[in-house]
Write a new protein. Structure first.
Length: 347
Protein backbone atom coordinates (compact mmCIF):
# COMPACT_ATOMS: atom_id res chain seq x y z
CA UNK A 1 0.00 0.00 0.00
CA UNK A 2 2.89 2.38 0.71
CA UNK A 3 4.07 2.11 -2.90
CA UNK A 4 0.80 3.41 -4.25
CA UNK A 5 0.04 5.88 -1.48
CA UNK A 6 1.77 8.71 -3.37
CA UNK A 7 -0.96 8.53 -6.01
CA UNK A 8 -4.30 10.15 -5.45
CA UNK A 9 -5.90 8.02 -8.17
CA UNK A 10 -4.95 4.49 -9.17
CA UNK A 11 -4.54 5.19 -12.85
CA UNK A 12 -1.68 4.96 -15.31
CA UNK A 13 0.00 8.05 -16.69
CA UNK A 14 0.57 8.50 -20.42
CA UNK A 15 4.28 7.95 -19.83
CA UNK A 16 3.68 4.63 -18.05
CA UNK A 17 1.45 3.42 -20.88
CA UNK A 18 4.01 4.38 -23.54
CA UNK A 19 6.82 2.74 -21.56
CA UNK A 20 4.94 -0.56 -21.65
CA UNK A 21 4.31 -0.78 -17.91
CA UNK A 22 0.64 -1.53 -18.52
CA UNK A 23 1.25 -5.10 -19.57
CA UNK A 24 1.19 -8.66 -18.28
CA UNK A 25 4.44 -9.81 -16.72
CA UNK A 26 4.85 -12.66 -19.18
CA UNK A 27 5.26 -10.20 -22.03
CA UNK A 28 8.19 -8.63 -20.19
CA UNK A 29 9.70 -12.05 -19.56
CA UNK A 30 9.21 -13.01 -23.21
CA UNK A 31 11.13 -9.92 -24.30
CA UNK A 32 13.92 -10.72 -21.86
CA UNK A 33 14.20 -14.34 -23.01
CA UNK A 34 14.26 -13.43 -26.71
CA UNK A 35 16.91 -10.75 -26.21
CA UNK A 36 19.20 -12.76 -23.92
CA UNK A 37 18.96 -15.97 -25.96
CA UNK A 38 19.91 -14.31 -29.22
CA UNK A 39 16.45 -14.83 -30.74
CA UNK A 40 15.31 -11.21 -30.89
CA UNK A 41 15.87 -10.94 -34.65
CA UNK A 42 12.75 -12.87 -35.66
CA UNK A 43 10.19 -10.87 -37.63
CA UNK A 44 6.53 -11.71 -37.26
CA UNK A 45 3.20 -10.74 -38.74
CA UNK A 46 0.46 -10.56 -36.12
CA UNK A 47 -3.26 -10.01 -36.70
CA UNK A 48 -5.97 -8.72 -34.37
CA UNK A 49 -9.38 -10.29 -34.79
CA UNK A 50 -12.51 -11.48 -33.00
CA UNK A 51 -13.29 -15.18 -32.75
CA UNK A 52 -16.85 -14.93 -31.50
CA UNK A 53 -19.20 -11.97 -31.07
CA UNK A 54 -21.72 -11.82 -28.19
CA UNK A 55 -25.00 -13.67 -28.65
CA UNK A 56 -27.28 -11.76 -31.01
CA UNK A 57 -24.42 -9.72 -32.51
CA UNK A 58 -23.60 -10.09 -36.22
CA UNK A 59 -21.12 -7.21 -36.44
CA UNK A 60 -19.09 -4.77 -34.39
CA UNK A 61 -17.67 -1.26 -34.82
CA UNK A 62 -13.90 -0.91 -34.66
CA UNK A 63 -12.66 1.87 -32.39
CA UNK A 64 -9.45 2.82 -30.62
CA UNK A 65 -7.30 2.84 -33.77
CA UNK A 66 -5.96 6.37 -33.23
CA UNK A 67 -4.87 5.56 -29.68
CA UNK A 68 -3.15 2.37 -30.81
CA UNK A 69 -1.32 4.36 -33.49
CA UNK A 70 -0.13 6.77 -30.81
CA UNK A 71 0.94 3.87 -28.60
CA UNK A 72 3.08 2.34 -31.37
CA UNK A 73 4.31 5.58 -32.93
CA UNK A 74 8.05 5.69 -33.59
CA UNK A 75 8.65 1.95 -33.40
CA UNK A 76 10.41 0.15 -36.30
CA UNK A 77 7.27 -1.72 -37.34
CA UNK A 78 4.50 -1.50 -39.92
CA UNK A 79 0.89 -1.28 -38.77
CA UNK A 80 -2.14 -1.87 -41.01
CA UNK A 81 -5.70 -1.30 -39.88
CA UNK A 82 -9.31 -0.88 -40.84
CA UNK A 83 -10.55 2.67 -40.33
CA UNK A 84 -11.78 4.02 -37.03
CA UNK A 85 -15.53 3.42 -36.91
CA UNK A 86 -15.47 0.64 -39.52
CA UNK A 87 -17.95 -2.22 -39.29
CA UNK A 88 -16.38 -5.68 -39.07
CA UNK A 89 -17.40 -9.26 -38.43
CA UNK A 90 -15.98 -12.21 -36.57
CA UNK A 91 -12.71 -13.73 -37.87
CA UNK A 92 -11.84 -10.65 -39.93
CA UNK A 93 -8.39 -9.17 -39.21
CA UNK A 94 -9.03 -5.58 -38.14
CA UNK A 95 -5.42 -4.62 -37.47
CA UNK A 96 -2.05 -6.18 -38.28
CA UNK A 97 1.51 -5.52 -37.12
CA UNK A 98 4.66 -6.44 -39.04
CA UNK A 99 8.08 -6.33 -37.42
CA UNK A 100 10.31 -7.86 -34.78
CA UNK A 101 8.19 -9.15 -31.92
CA UNK A 102 10.56 -7.65 -29.36
CA UNK A 103 9.81 -4.20 -30.78
CA UNK A 104 6.09 -4.30 -30.01
CA UNK A 105 5.18 -7.43 -28.03
CA UNK A 106 5.34 -5.69 -24.68
CA UNK A 107 2.42 -3.51 -25.83
CA UNK A 108 0.12 -6.39 -26.80
CA UNK A 109 -1.95 -6.13 -23.61
CA UNK A 110 -2.19 -2.36 -23.88
CA UNK A 111 -3.24 -2.21 -27.51
CA UNK A 112 -5.78 -4.99 -27.05
CA UNK A 113 -7.18 -3.23 -24.00
CA UNK A 114 -7.61 -0.04 -25.99
CA UNK A 115 -9.25 -1.77 -28.94
CA UNK A 116 -11.51 -4.07 -26.94
CA UNK A 117 -12.87 -1.40 -24.61
CA UNK A 118 -13.29 1.23 -27.31
CA UNK A 119 -14.84 -1.23 -29.76
CA UNK A 120 -17.25 -2.56 -27.16
CA UNK A 121 -18.52 0.95 -26.35
CA UNK A 122 -18.75 2.03 -29.99
CA UNK A 123 -20.58 -1.15 -30.95
CA UNK A 124 -23.16 -0.77 -28.21
CA UNK A 125 -23.68 2.88 -29.10
CA UNK A 126 -24.29 1.87 -32.72
CA UNK A 127 -26.83 -0.76 -31.68
CA UNK A 128 -28.70 1.74 -29.50
CA UNK A 129 -28.65 4.30 -32.32
CA UNK A 130 -30.12 1.77 -34.75
CA UNK A 131 -32.80 0.87 -32.21
CA UNK A 132 -33.73 4.55 -32.05
CA UNK A 133 -34.71 4.84 -35.72
CA UNK A 134 -32.45 7.85 -36.16
CA UNK A 135 -33.89 9.77 -33.20
CA UNK A 136 -31.40 11.59 -30.94
CA UNK A 137 -29.39 9.36 -28.62
CA UNK A 138 -27.49 11.24 -25.90
CA UNK A 139 -24.72 9.52 -23.95
CA UNK A 140 -25.01 10.12 -20.21
CA UNK A 141 -22.30 7.67 -19.15
CA UNK A 142 -19.81 9.81 -17.23
CA UNK A 143 -21.05 8.66 -13.83
CA UNK A 144 -20.82 5.00 -14.88
CA UNK A 145 -17.04 4.90 -15.33
CA UNK A 146 -13.88 5.97 -13.50
CA UNK A 147 -13.23 9.68 -14.15
CA UNK A 148 -9.87 8.84 -15.71
CA UNK A 149 -11.54 7.07 -18.63
CA UNK A 150 -14.74 9.11 -18.92
CA UNK A 151 -13.40 11.12 -21.91
CA UNK A 152 -12.54 7.83 -23.60
CA UNK A 153 -16.07 6.51 -23.08
CA UNK A 154 -17.52 9.77 -24.42
CA UNK A 155 -15.32 9.63 -27.52
CA UNK A 156 -16.20 6.08 -28.49
CA UNK A 157 -19.90 6.47 -27.74
CA UNK A 158 -19.81 9.43 -30.14
CA UNK A 159 -17.91 7.46 -32.78
CA UNK A 160 -20.43 4.65 -32.40
CA UNK A 161 -23.32 6.93 -33.24
CA UNK A 162 -24.51 8.85 -30.18
CA UNK A 163 -25.67 12.30 -31.23
CA UNK A 164 -24.45 14.03 -28.09
CA UNK A 165 -22.26 13.42 -25.04
CA UNK A 166 -22.71 14.99 -21.63
CA UNK A 167 -19.11 14.90 -20.42
CA UNK A 168 -17.44 18.32 -20.39
CA UNK A 169 -13.87 17.16 -21.05
CA UNK A 170 -14.98 14.33 -23.32
CA UNK A 171 -16.91 16.75 -25.51
CA UNK A 172 -13.99 19.18 -25.55
CA UNK A 173 -11.59 16.48 -26.74
CA UNK A 174 -14.10 15.31 -29.35
CA UNK A 175 -14.51 18.86 -30.65
CA UNK A 176 -18.23 19.11 -29.88
CA UNK A 177 -20.39 20.91 -27.35
CA UNK A 178 -21.50 18.89 -24.32
CA UNK A 179 -25.18 18.02 -24.31
CA UNK A 180 -27.41 17.70 -21.26
CA UNK A 181 -30.56 18.84 -19.51
CA UNK A 182 -30.81 19.37 -15.75
CA UNK A 183 -30.43 17.06 -12.74
CA UNK A 184 -32.87 16.31 -9.96
CA UNK A 185 -30.39 18.06 -7.68
CA UNK A 186 -31.27 21.47 -9.16
CA UNK A 187 -34.96 21.03 -8.46
CA UNK A 188 -34.45 19.52 -5.02
CA UNK A 189 -31.99 22.21 -3.96
CA UNK A 190 -34.33 24.99 -5.05
CA UNK A 191 -37.30 23.14 -3.56
CA UNK A 192 -39.71 23.88 -6.39
CA UNK A 193 -39.93 22.61 -9.96
CA UNK A 194 -41.30 25.75 -11.57
CA UNK A 195 -38.79 27.94 -9.79
CA UNK A 196 -35.95 25.71 -11.01
CA UNK A 197 -37.21 25.58 -14.60
CA UNK A 198 -37.59 29.36 -14.76
CA UNK A 199 -34.18 29.97 -13.19
CA UNK A 200 -32.57 27.63 -15.73
CA UNK A 201 -34.33 29.46 -18.54
CA UNK A 202 -33.27 32.88 -17.26
CA UNK A 203 -29.63 32.05 -16.53
CA UNK A 204 -28.38 29.42 -18.97
CA UNK A 205 -27.22 30.46 -22.45
CA UNK A 206 -30.03 30.73 -24.97
CA UNK A 207 -28.35 28.31 -27.37
CA UNK A 208 -28.96 25.48 -24.89
CA UNK A 209 -32.30 23.78 -25.58
CA UNK A 210 -34.75 24.13 -22.68
CA UNK A 211 -35.49 20.55 -21.66
CA UNK A 212 -37.25 20.37 -18.31
CA UNK A 213 -36.84 17.37 -16.02
CA UNK A 214 -40.40 16.38 -15.17
CA UNK A 215 -40.59 13.59 -12.62
CA UNK A 216 -38.91 14.84 -9.46
CA UNK A 217 -41.74 15.56 -7.02
CA UNK A 218 -45.01 14.63 -8.68
CA UNK A 219 -46.73 12.94 -11.61
CA UNK A 220 -44.96 13.16 -14.96
CA UNK A 221 -48.05 14.39 -16.77
CA UNK A 222 -48.73 17.23 -14.34
CA UNK A 223 -45.08 18.30 -14.18
CA UNK A 224 -44.82 18.29 -17.98
CA UNK A 225 -47.90 20.49 -18.28
CA UNK A 226 -46.55 22.80 -15.58
CA UNK A 227 -43.23 23.12 -17.41
CA UNK A 228 -44.98 23.87 -20.69
CA UNK A 229 -47.13 26.51 -19.02
CA UNK A 230 -44.12 28.08 -17.29
CA UNK A 231 -41.85 28.30 -20.34
CA UNK A 232 -44.31 28.26 -23.23
CA UNK A 233 -42.73 28.30 -26.68
CA UNK A 234 -39.25 28.40 -25.14
CA UNK A 235 -39.66 24.85 -23.83
CA UNK A 236 -37.99 22.51 -26.28
CA UNK A 237 -38.82 19.32 -24.45
CA UNK A 238 -39.35 17.43 -21.23
CA UNK A 239 -37.20 14.61 -19.87
CA UNK A 240 -38.72 11.69 -18.04
CA UNK A 241 -36.17 9.97 -15.83
CA UNK A 242 -38.61 8.06 -13.64
CA UNK A 243 -36.81 5.53 -11.38
CA UNK A 244 -37.64 1.87 -11.92
CA UNK A 245 -39.17 1.66 -8.43
CA UNK A 246 -41.90 4.14 -9.50
CA UNK A 247 -41.97 3.57 -13.21
CA UNK A 248 -44.65 1.00 -14.01
CA UNK A 249 -45.22 0.92 -17.77
CA UNK A 250 -42.94 3.62 -19.19
CA UNK A 251 -44.54 3.42 -22.60
CA UNK A 252 -47.96 4.23 -21.11
CA UNK A 253 -46.45 7.11 -19.15
CA UNK A 254 -44.93 8.60 -22.31
CA UNK A 255 -48.21 8.19 -24.20
CA UNK A 256 -50.09 9.89 -21.36
CA UNK A 257 -47.67 12.82 -21.28
CA UNK A 258 -47.82 13.16 -25.07
CA UNK A 259 -51.63 13.16 -25.02
CA UNK A 260 -51.75 15.76 -22.28
CA UNK A 261 -49.25 18.08 -23.98
CA UNK A 262 -50.96 17.82 -27.36
CA UNK A 263 -54.41 18.36 -25.85
CA UNK A 264 -53.19 21.51 -24.10
CA UNK A 265 -51.71 22.94 -27.30
CA UNK A 266 -48.07 22.06 -26.64
CA UNK A 267 -47.44 19.82 -29.63
CA UNK A 268 -44.03 21.41 -30.11
CA UNK A 269 -42.73 20.00 -26.84
CA UNK A 270 -40.62 16.89 -27.35
CA UNK A 271 -40.35 13.98 -24.92
CA UNK A 272 -36.97 12.54 -23.95
CA UNK A 273 -36.65 9.40 -21.86
CA UNK A 274 -33.66 8.35 -19.74
CA UNK A 275 -32.86 6.24 -16.72
CA UNK A 276 -31.39 2.75 -17.01
CA UNK A 277 -32.26 2.34 -20.68
CA UNK A 278 -30.88 -0.40 -22.91
CA UNK A 279 -31.41 -0.98 -26.63
CA UNK A 280 -34.48 -3.13 -25.96
CA UNK A 281 -36.06 -0.30 -23.96
CA UNK A 282 -35.35 2.09 -26.82
CA UNK A 283 -37.05 -0.30 -29.25
CA UNK A 284 -40.18 -0.37 -27.06
CA UNK A 285 -40.33 3.41 -26.79
CA UNK A 286 -39.00 4.58 -30.14
CA UNK A 287 -42.38 5.26 -31.73
CA UNK A 288 -43.67 7.36 -28.82
CA UNK A 289 -40.57 9.21 -27.55
CA UNK A 290 -38.53 11.84 -29.39
CA UNK A 291 -35.10 11.05 -27.99
CA UNK A 292 -33.22 9.09 -25.38
CA UNK A 293 -30.51 9.51 -22.78
CA UNK A 294 -28.50 6.31 -22.38
CA UNK A 295 -25.59 5.82 -20.01
CA UNK A 296 -24.70 2.62 -18.23
CA UNK A 297 -25.67 0.14 -20.95
CA UNK A 298 -23.28 1.86 -23.37
CA UNK A 299 -20.56 2.52 -20.80
CA UNK A 300 -20.69 -1.11 -19.59
CA UNK A 301 -21.56 -3.07 -22.74
CA UNK A 302 -21.07 -6.70 -23.66
CA UNK A 303 -17.41 -7.22 -24.47
CA UNK A 304 -16.23 -7.45 -28.05
CA UNK A 305 -13.31 -9.77 -27.42
CA UNK A 306 -10.28 -9.16 -29.61
CA UNK A 307 -7.10 -11.22 -29.68
CA UNK A 308 -3.74 -10.79 -31.38
CA UNK A 309 -2.18 -13.86 -32.96
CA UNK A 310 1.09 -14.38 -34.79
CA UNK A 311 0.28 -15.86 -38.21
CA UNK A 312 3.69 -15.55 -39.88
CA UNK A 313 7.28 -15.86 -38.64
CA UNK A 314 10.26 -14.81 -40.78
CA UNK A 315 8.15 -14.82 -43.92
CA UNK A 316 6.64 -18.28 -43.38
CA UNK A 317 2.99 -18.90 -42.51
CA UNK A 318 2.95 -20.13 -38.93
CA UNK A 319 0.43 -19.99 -36.09
CA UNK A 320 -0.72 -21.83 -33.02
CA UNK A 321 -3.34 -24.50 -33.51
CA UNK A 322 -6.92 -23.33 -33.84
CA UNK A 323 -5.82 -20.24 -35.77
CA UNK A 324 -5.52 -19.65 -39.51
CA UNK A 325 -1.85 -19.16 -40.49
CA UNK A 326 -0.77 -16.60 -43.06
CA UNK A 327 -1.54 -12.98 -43.87
CA UNK A 328 -5.13 -12.21 -44.76
CA UNK A 329 -7.17 -9.58 -46.54
CA UNK A 330 -10.84 -8.64 -46.27
CA UNK A 331 -12.82 -7.72 -49.39
CA UNK A 332 -16.18 -6.00 -49.02
CA UNK A 333 -18.97 -5.71 -51.57
CA UNK A 334 -21.43 -2.82 -51.61
CA UNK A 335 -24.02 -4.90 -49.76
CA UNK A 336 -21.56 -5.35 -46.86
CA UNK A 337 -20.86 -8.94 -47.84
CA UNK A 338 -17.31 -9.66 -46.70
CA UNK A 339 -14.83 -12.25 -47.95
CA UNK A 340 -11.60 -13.18 -46.14
CA UNK A 341 -8.76 -14.37 -48.39
CA UNK A 342 -5.03 -14.94 -48.24
CA UNK A 343 -3.24 -11.62 -48.59
CA UNK A 344 -1.91 -12.30 -52.09
CA UNK A 345 -5.31 -13.32 -53.50
CA UNK A 346 -7.07 -10.70 -55.60
CA UNK A 347 -10.83 -10.80 -56.17
Amino acid sequence: MDVGSKRRFYIASEEEILEGKITDIYFMRTKEVLEKSGESHHKVYAEVHNYGLPAGYDWAILAGVEEVANLLKGKPINVYSMDEGELFRSLEPVLAIEGKYVDFGIHEAGLLGILRHATSIATKAARVKLAGWGKPILFFGVRAVHPAIAPMADRYAFIGGCDGISGVLGAELAGVKPTGTMPHALILTMGDQVKAWKAFDEIISKDVPRIALCDTLSDERFESLAAAKALGERLYGVRLDTPSSRRGDMRKIVLEVRWALDSAGYKHVKIFVSGGLDEEDVKRLVDVADGFGVGTSIAFPKSIDLAMDIVEVDGESFSKRGKLPGRKQVYRCENLHDTITKFDVRL
